[in-house]
Design a protein around this ligand. Sequence first.
Ligand code: G
Ligand code: G
Ligand code: MN
Ligand code: NA
Length: 253
Amino acid sequence: LDIIRNLQHDFECEKLEVWYQPQIDLLTEETVGVEALLRWRDSKGEFISPEVFVPLAEYSGLIVEIGKWVLAESVRRLKVLIAAGYSHIRMAVNVSVLQFRDQSFVNYVKYVIDLHGIPPKLLELEITESVVMDEPEIVIQALNQLKAFGVHIAIDDFGTGFSSMSYIQKLPLDRLKIDRSFVKDIDTNKDAFIAQAIVNLGKQLGLITIAEGVERKSQASQMLKLGTDEAQGYLFAKPMPFSDLKTYLLSHS
Ligand code: G
Ligand code: G
Ligand code: MN
Ligand code: NA
């Protein structure tokens, strides 16, 4: 497959980028975290969506090396934020199931944290329900080790996967990310009961809840009304290069 060859080539030539999207506390409207998101431009400079190339990187196994790089890059950026005085902002990094199958993954995470000397609790790993369901034992064991080290764990795209509720209880989670499909019509549709149920579930489990894909003020206020703690979406900020993030934080933290 040409696209996989191109991805490998561009990764080796350091042409992949990591962009960052702010996560906002709905009550204070302060930036409390950022999510690291991979970006890849083709030879014409046009972006290829991670929804297209991440599955290919998983299929080819390339995601293991790319994932390590995203992690190292993001923790290095986290260190820069701390040095600039943002000592409370979390860095959230997406992790693929293939990375959990790599025996050295847990030690690599610890190594990167120690290398930069950042508080482990400022790093959050985002996993999807399918990651957990693919390899429950391996993933749960790794998550427990990471949690014991102090790293935070978020369940991503919650509500779209196939998780049985029994798994959710077994995971050492800190944050539940409500998938944007539940946020989409929350301000126009009176039937907010699914979003409400997810928020309630998160609260019952003692988790911080964050709404994804918030694009309108009315969605943010409705999610806040349901009891959601945080939000992420175009209303607040789109994913941006690190240099723009530093400028953004000057007026939004
Ligand atoms: O940024 P965007 O909304 O286009 O991302 C689309 C999808 O790609 C999301 O599901 C996101 O989780 C995934 N993604 C983005 N960056 C990474 C990454 O570094 N690693 C993994 N495994 N997935 C990522
Ligand atoms: O990891 P996850 O599947 O949550 O990926 C987040 C994706 O959602 C990223 O690709 C990001 O670009 C995208 N995104 C972030 N905010 C918004 C938003 O407000 N609306 C939409 N449609 N997409 C968003
Ligand atoms: Mn995510
Ligand atoms: Na998501």
